[in-house]
Design a protein around this ligand. Structure first.
Ligand code: FRU
Length: 491
């Protein structure tokens, strides 16, 4: 049931007696709760925020509306981890409710400075006429883990030329200057990112727009993230309003990046190549990156999309975050690899198989499950198609396959179980032209992340199968395929 505006913009203290307990009960009864992904205790999770390393721990927050699965009053929910795999809940990180974030503590980022963690986020405020007033606000975490919001925002206005869609500051430091990029909409209703500079994190100077080659590229850019990798400049952002074309842009909104020379912060010029989507699957949005103590660039994203209903909504919760992935640069593209720490999820039991398939589909001892890691390497000999059906039963299956005729990798969730967002299609695919394929799957109760050839492509998707759909089948069509696979259960 959809909530009214009044119900959506309630603080957690304003919940009816028993409301949270009843949500918790519904959540507990849900058979799609995840085993090894970050998910909300109740309510809706969206963007990852404030991803950082501070005082020997990783910190990760997410956008959280506790009281339902609508996009209502957003909090920052706080998690901590020593290894990016096991996350401990630290409760509410930033609560909204001041004049500058009266209708939500929206997305933002974190940066350590002089022993404290500074969190710059967007305060979403609405006036009596429901007109939005975005503020950029600061909250600071001290050595004891206490988070204090500053009394007033650090940026209180939207510069001339932009609408009230002005949010999601991403911080970084360069020399003695701090910078942030903010996602914006121009008054001509096109999207862009703008740059601010500060020397003390308190006073921020509007520098102007990032000058990219993407003058008219969607109507809003959410969650921009700028960083440098191997001396290249990378701008990641989530544009809204792109038209589907070929295999691209089939989700309601996109997330992707451009790569070029490092940003010239003086001229704000970013010379770059083509826009690439980060993910080939159905559910991936608003990624955020951080650099860790080993110098790795690590990315986490929301495994979901705005403005789409999900099958867990009736159970009082929605969405999860993706697994952390390390980004590296290869031939002008970003590779995304699951971080090696994830191997600690593996239990002792390991199942292996090596076989040659000839126009057939086969199952193997030990190859079943609902939460596991699976690595499969295949060489197509004469087969036209090789694939894996997983979370399968007589009536359900999710399929990842390579079609050597069309030269496409295909993810098909048309028979995955409870349907999701079917008006946006039930198949996602991308071009692929290598006969040696490594498929690295992380399957959880209601999701799959598939890394192809060590992160050259990734398919990230929610799926909502019956709990008993646990079969794994390997198949080859019209010819021969040689493969080997190894699997580790996570339960
Ligand atoms: C992206 C987004 C951000 C905003 C946040 C609100 O999903 O719309 O632009 O800050 O979510 O929850």
């Amino acid at each position: 049931m959809k909530m009214t505006r009044e119900q959506k913009y309630r603080m957690i203290e304003q919940a009816e007696p028993g409301e949270i307990a009843s949500l918790e009960e519904k959540v507990e009864q849900c058979h799609w709760r995840q085993v090894f992904h970050i998910q909300p205790p109740t309510g809706l999770l969206n963007d990852p925020n404030g991803f950082s390393y501070y005082q020997g721990e990783y910190h990760l927050f997410y956008q959280w509306f506790p009281l339902g699965t609508d996009h209502g009053m957003k909090y920052w929910y706080h998690l901590k981890s020593k290894d990016l795999v096991t996350w401990n809940s630290a409760g509410i990180g930033i609560a909204p409710g001041d004049y500058f974030d009266s209708h939500g503590a929206y997305s933002g980022s974190a940066l350590e400075h002089e022993g404290k963690l500074y969190m710059l986020y967007t305060g979403n405020a609405r006036d009596e006429d429901w007109i939005r007033h975005p503020y950029q606000c600061m909250a600071v975490m001290d050595e004891n883990g206490h988070i204090t919001k500053w009394e007033h925002p650090v940026i209180s206005n939207v510069p001339e030329g932009y609408t009230d869609h002005f949010r999601d500051p991403k911080l970084w430091k360069d020399g003695n200057s701090f910078y942030c990029v903010i996602g914006a909409q121009r008054t001509n209703l096109t999207g862009c990112a703008v740059l601010y500079r500060s020397t003390d994190l308190r006073t921020w100077q509007f520098e102007g727009e990032l000058c990219t080659g993407l003058e008219s590229f969607g109507y809003m850019w959410e969650c921009p993230d700028y960083f440098e990798l191997n001396e290249a400049g990378v701008l990641v952002f989530s544009p809204q309003g792109l038209e589907p074309s070929g295999d691209e842009n089939h989700n309601i909104y996109q997330s992707g990046y451009v790569i070029g020379k490092p940003l010239d912060t003086g001229t704000r010029r970013l010379e770059h190549g083509a826009f690439h989507e980060l993910d080939r699957g159905f559910d991936f949005y608003a990624p955020q990156t951080m650099i860790d103590p080993q110098g790795r660039r690590i990315m986490v994203a929301w495994m979901g999309l705005p403005d789409i209903e999900y099958p867990t909504d009736p159970n009082g919760w929605a969405h999860c975050l993706t697994l952390p992935r390390e980004l590296t640069l290869h031939e002008g593209k970003l590779l995304q690899r699951p971080i090696p720490e994830l191997t600690t999820l593996r239990r002792n039991r390991e199942d292996r198989v090596a076989d040659t398939l000839f126009s057939e589909s086969k199952t193997y001892e030990g190859f079943t499950g609902t939460a596991y890691e699976l690595i499969c390497e295949v060489d197509l000999l004469s087969a036209k198609v090789f694939g894996i059906e997983f979370r399968a039963s007589e009536t359900e299956k999710t399929v990842i396959k390579y079609n050597a005729v069309s030269r496409k990798l295909v993810l098909d969730r048309s028979q995955s179980g409870e349907p999701v967002a079917t008006s946006y299609g039930e198949v996602r695919q991308c071009s692929w032209d290598k006969d040696h394929i490594k498929l690295h799957l992380f399957v959880d109760t209601s999701s799959v992340e598939i890394f192809v050839n060590d992160g050259e492509e990734v398919f990230t998707s929610r799926i909502f199968p019956h709990p008993e759909s646990d079969e794994i089948r390997f198949f080859a069509d019209k010819g021969e395929a040689l493969f080997q696979a190894v699997k580790w259960d996570f339960t």
